[in-house]
Design a protein around this ligand. Structure first.
Ligand code: GDP
Ligand code: ZN
Length: 461
């Protein structure tokens, strides 16, 4: 979709709900300036230069009442986010006045925007591709600077360029196949087959390396799901507090989580950790005995990383051993805490440990070894990101799914050629791969998908 299509004029409050100093009401569409003019008292908005901000007042035309003192940005198409005329009204009267401004716009010709509709228009008008639209969503939800960086890169079109290049390579190879089919007398059959095989392999490699980043992408966006487990009194709460207070990390409850599964996000050196079952960690006094191994087992299920805490000043008990066994196949950090006391157990004496376990000795009381825990977490987190030369990370399940599908088509190309299938059949699989890659960027898209995708946005984006 590259030609600008005409749509009606939409409006919404673009700033998050709540009592901020300034709220922005945004409008997009070819009537945006006209609608604004009807309620704005100040300079003539149809005469001001594009991309200027204009001081004035919003007046209710029905009774002449002053609604708010505002700054109005006028941005004319096509150099705008939606490629349509955009009006942004900066209000500063709190929720009531901001709502009133929106109501006025709706009363004088604008329509209430659906969630994500501004971004959807940017896409439909060819301003951004789907990967960029998704990164807008990621940006809105980003929990750390790092996640933000990735989204910004994507918004820049890095993934778009990468996918476009792959599609171009496929297209070139298909063009060559076409030549072969049209002029069989040239007898280039073998060469074409060989070329197609090579192409399927190199494109497949690029897709694989992209897919490898998907796990990190998921972690970037949603946090490294981490369970801190250990029997009561080994020092879980103390360790967590140490991890937190040094960074003044913000612990936020996440909307939408059910009551029995407590999820909290903490930011440790830029790494978003999604702590699983912090209820078990926080209850230090009376309820402590109730939080046993069974509860830890539950927490383990969804964990990307498990931190197993042991008390090195006491003999291992059955609960410790059970937890070590239960986390055997997980990515885990084993902590020998209470290192300030006389050690009774050592990494060498614990038979449940594996050679590749990361073992750290700490003292939560003396604040000893905490830095090493952070470094270890950071290393685990970055492992998948650093070996990514393209600086592109797959952050959406939709993108990952389509990449897998595209890779399958390439596998079909390869096995088809190896089985001696006629080239025009192989060509079909190669074309399928090209199509699927196009779905990632939205070059071959379906209406339903688009609607569903953009509806995940919040209002005003
Ligand atoms: P949790 O039940 O695993 O969360 O353990 P807590 O963090 O509540 O700690 C239990 C007790 O162990 C408290 O009295 C802590 O002060 C103490 N404790 C925690 N870490 C250490 C440590 O590294 N050294 C010593 N000596 N005591 C610790
Ligand atoms: Zn505790």
């Amino acid at each position: 979709p590259s030609a600008v299509t005409e749509y009606d004029t939409i409006a919404a409050i673009s700033t998050p709900p709540g009592e901020g100093a300034i709220s922005i009401v945004r409008m997009s569409g070819d009537q945006a300036v006209e609608v604004a003019k009807k309620v704005f008292k100040g300079r003539d908005l149809s005469k001001v230069q594009s991309h200027t901000i204009n001081y004035g007042h919003i007046i209710d035309p029905s009774n002449g009442q002053l609604v708010d003192e505002v700054m109005v940005s006028v941005m004319r198409a096509p150099k705008t986010f939606t490629r349509e005329d955009i009006i942004e009204i900066n209000t500063h009267g709190g929720i009531v006045a901001t709502n009133k401004v929106l109501q006025l716009l709706l009363g004088y010709g604008a329509r209430m925007a659906e969630p994500g509709e501004f971004t959807k228009r940017a896409f439909l008008n060819g301003r951004i591709d789907l990967t960029q639209a998704e990164s807008v969503m990621d940006l809105i939800r980003a929990k750390t600077d790092k996640a933000m960086q990735v989204a910004v890169n994507q918004l820049d079109g890095n993934l778009h360029h990468l996918i476009s290049n792959l599609r171009q390579e496929i297209l070139d190879s298909l063009a060559q196949v076409e030549v072969n089919i049209d002029y069989p007398e040239y007898d280039t059959d073998q060469m074409t087959t060989k070329m197609l095989l090579e192409k399927a392999k190199t494109v497949g490699k690029s897709i694989d390396s992209l897919l490898k980043t998907a796990d990190s992408g998921e972690i970037l966006q949603h946090g490294l799901a981490t369970a801190i487990v250990g029997k009561p009194n080994v020092g879980k709460s103390s360790l967590l507090n140490r991890l937190l207070d040094e960074d003044k990390a913000i612990v936020t409850d996440v909307a939408g989580t059910t009551r029995d599964v407590v999820e909290q996000y903490v930011n440790i050196d830029g790494v978003p950790l999604k702590l699983i079952d912090t209820a078990g960690i926080r209850d230090t006094q009376d309820k402590v005995e109730k939080i046993g191994v069974e509860r830890s087992r539950q927490a383990l299920k969804g964990a990307d990383l498990v931190i197993v805490v042991l008390d090195s000043s006491r003999e291992l008990e059955e609960d410790d051993k059970e937890l070590l066994d239960a986390t055997n196949d997980k990515k885990r950090i084993i902590i020998f805490n209470k290192n300030d006391l006389i050690p009774v157990i050592s990494p060498e004496s614990v038979v449940q440990l594996k050679p590749d376990d990361t073992i750290l000795k700490t003292s939560a009381i003396k604040n000893d070894g905490i830095e090493t825990i952070k470094q270890t977490i950071s290393k685990i987190f970055n492992a998948g990101i650093e070996d990514n030369s393209n600086n592109v990370i797959i952050t959406s399940a939709r993108q990952a799914g389509l990449l897998r599908k595209a890779k399958n088509s390439l596998n079909d190309v390869i096995s088809g050629i190896q089985a001696g299938m006629p080239i025009d059949l192989v060509q079909i699989d190669m074309t399928a791969c090209w199509d699927t890659l196009g779905e990632i960027t939205g070059e071959s898209y379906q209406d339903e998908l688009i609607t569903q995708l953009f509806s995940q946005f919040c209002l005003g984006k």
